[in-house]
Design a protein around this ligand. Structure first.
Ligand code: AP5
Length: 219
């Protein structure tokens, strides 16, 4: 049973790094942004509500995301644990997660914080491209696909996320970094935080995170 939290500002590299950790520990990735984007695409009541916040770069209200995300964490595929990408993002969410896990006799094993300066983040978001079929993540500068508009892995079209437009990207930074730092403190005070320099090449960040979770799951 392993619960790993990946923390980082928008564009820090959580989605890029989550697959390697999930593969190593044999657990799924639960990504709050993906969950919300799927709801938006489906036009569900949750999606319509979430879209109002996401399109402005704001966090979806705690009561909504906590309910939806903790329900997802209870699903059968997460009984052995999960890599949490994008949740928790506020202290309220972190405490709700602790409570829900404690009720099930579980706890967060490790939190990995990918630390990147703001100006690098805005650049990254401007150059990020996402595949429409499976959400594979590219960067036209640091992690380019062979062809700018086609996913190397599944051949689907690559697009820019609507919330990666510069004004929305800056709003996301302004709104979301202060509560993120609160969550970082939450895990630091519990002695389970590892901070990784997210300016390093992608593979080096992966190595540092894998080292941080190396003993997780060992009996
Ligand atoms: P979400 O989808 O979670 O977005 P985010 O946290 O803003 O994170 P991103 O997906 O933008 O970035 P990332 O850290 O995954 O970086 P990536 O790997 O793509 O959330 C979207 C929205 O949903 C939020 O704004 C909010 O409204 C709402 N929401 C979600 N969760 C919520 C919650 N818990 N509570 C309330 N609201 C919530 O990498 C970025 C780019 O950099 C890529 O192009 C990549 O190739 C490149 N890159 C990655 N690593 C490196 C590296 N080491 N060097 C150079 N380039 C790199």
């Amino acid at each position: 049973m392993s619960v790993i939290v990946l923390l980082g500002a928008p564009g820090a590299g959580k989605g890029t790094q989550a697959p390697a950790i999930a593969r190593r520990l044999g657990i799924p990735i639960l990504a709050s942004g993906e969950l919300l984007r799927a709801a938006v695409a489906a036009g569900s009541p949750l999606g319509r509500q979430a879209d109002r916040y996401m399109s402005r770069g704001q966090l979806v209200p705690d009561d909504t995301i906590v309910r939806v995300f903790l329900d997802r964490l209870e699903a059968a595929d997460a009984t052995d644990g999960a890599v949490l990408d994008g949740f928790p993002r506020t202290r309220v969410q972190a405490e709700a997660l602790d409570t829900a896990l404690a009720e099930a006799g579980r706890h967060v094993d490790r939190a990995g914080y990918i630390d990147v300066p703001i100006e690098d983040l805005v650049q990254r978001m401007a150059n990020r491209r996402i595949c429409t079929a499976n959400g594979h993540v590219y960067n036209l500068v640091s992690n380019p696909p062979a062809y700018d508009t086609v996913c190397d892995l599944d051949g689907s079209m690559l697009v820019q996320r609507p919330d990666d437009a510069e004004a929305t990207a800056r709003a996301r930074m302004a709104q979301q970094i202060p509560p993120l730092l609160d969550v970082v403190d939450h895990y630091r005070s519990r002695g389970i935080l590892t901070t990784v320099d997210g300016r390093l090449p992608i593979d080096d960040v992966t190595d540092a995170l894998l080292e941080a979770v190396a003993d997780v799951g060992a009996a």
